[in-house]
Design a protein around this ligand. Structure first.
Ligand SMILES: Cc1cc2nc3c(=O)[nH]c(=O)nc-3n(C[C@H](O)[C@H](O)[C@H](O)COP(=O)(O)O)c2cc1C
Length: 331
């Protein structure tokens, strides 16, 4: 089994980290680990698995995130993910949405460590090359994280699953929306550090609320195995991802935004040629100039133009031209 370097990863995000988004992120960083959106095990088994699992070869290393709580279904989904060529299969024990709770998976499984242990054991046995990992919270509802998280990790890791990404806040299963559950419950990074200190043999990755690349590096340097960033990586990919390769190799070449846009053009053209629409890709590119002069005009041009029928790559080229004009004028 190929060992994956998880020093830095982009979080799984439904509706955001689709294959177009990941293609863009891969152009910005050669090494960060990319996660898919969550796909449920039943959707893979009964749905169009080929379409759901499709990715571009350039996206490696890539992890498939699955949701479920039936060991047999998760084993089947794992087999499908392995056949499709994923490097890692991750189980979601963090999503608090009603839909997910109804299916008895996601964050509510923090209350059922024995079942999660059965699930990951089945996934491990079914895997033909992908590493099995877990993404979890520190607890749910009125659970006491300091008491239940160590117990959860110990039970789930007992059969050889050794990599945990911990979203360092609880989830409230009723009363808060999924969005509020990413902001309202307080973060507890110290607990994640304690888990790592007491279990040095496990790989422990911190997730939740990291705002800058430097902050992520600071937390890693305090003794963790890696950091996973979600929203900030999506909204400001250049700040977060363009620096990340320096964690994996020396002498990295940071690409300019213009170069990345240039490299996106053939990919976009190919998507359009095969019947796709421009804004399916450009919606992930809106944050490319975040914090820089021209950010507003870039976003506005793409938002106003890219959804139009027959919009082509010239929309992106125009948007870039507008940015460069703005930047030249403000110099
Ligand atoms: C739009 C959106 C969709 C998300 N979908 C998923 C998901 O499918 N699976 C999952 O484990 N977490 C999901 N999350 C949670 C993120 O993976 C991450 O744990 C959370 O956003 C905290 O990290 P951050 O503060 O760096 O964004 C989602 C977050 C967002 C913003």
């Amino acid at each position: 089994m190929k060992r994956i370097n998880r020093t830095f990863s982009v979080a799984p995000m439904m509706d955001w980290t689709d294959r177009h988004c990941r293609y863009l992120h891969r152009l910005i960083s050669k090494n960060v680990l990319l996660y898919t959106e969550m796909v449920t095990a039943p959707a893979l088994i009964h749905g169009d698995a080929d379409r759901l699992l499709e990715f571009n070869q350039s996206e490696h290393p890539i992890a498939l995130q699955i949701g479920g709580s039936h060991p047999n279904q998760l084993a089947q989904a794992t087999r499908l993910g392995c056949e499709a060529g994923y490097d890692e299969i991750n189980i979601n024990i963090g999503c608090p949405s009603d839909r997910v709770q109804f299916g008895r998976f996601g964050a509510c499984l923090m209350k059922e460590p024995e079942l999660v242990s059965e699930c990951v054991t089945a996934m491990k046995e079914a895997s033909t090359g992908a590493e099995i990992t877990v993404k979890c919270r520190i607890g749910v509802d009125d659970q006491e994280p300091k008491r239940i998280l160590p117990d959860f990790i110990d039970k789930v890791s007992q059969n050889g699953v050794s990599s945990f990404t911990i979203h360092a806040r609880k989830a409230w299963l009723s009363g808060l929306s999924p969005k509020q559950n990413r902001d309202v419950p307080p973060l507890d990074y110290e607990l994640v550090h304690e888990i790592k200190k007491e279990r040095p043999e496990l790989e422990i990755i911190l997730n939740g609320g990291l705002q800058t690349f430097d902050q992520a590096v600071h937390e890693i340097n305090k003794g963790l195995d890696g950091a996973m960033i979600g929203r900030t990586a999506y909204h400001n990919p250049m700040e977060i991802l363009a620096n990340a390769d320096s964690l994996f190799e020396t002498n990295t070449n940071k690409k300019s935004v213009n170069k990345i846009i240039d490299e996106m053009l053939p990919y976009i053209q190919n998507h359009l040629d095969t019947g796709g629409r421009l804004n399916q890709i450009t919606r992930h590119m809106l944050g490319l100039f975040s914090g820089q002069s021209g950010a507003k005009i870039w976003k506005r041009t793409l938002s106003d133009e890219a959804h139009k029928k027959d919009a082509g790559v010239e929309v992106v080229q125009n948007a870039l031209r507008n940015v460069l004009e703005k930047q030249n004028n403000s110099e």
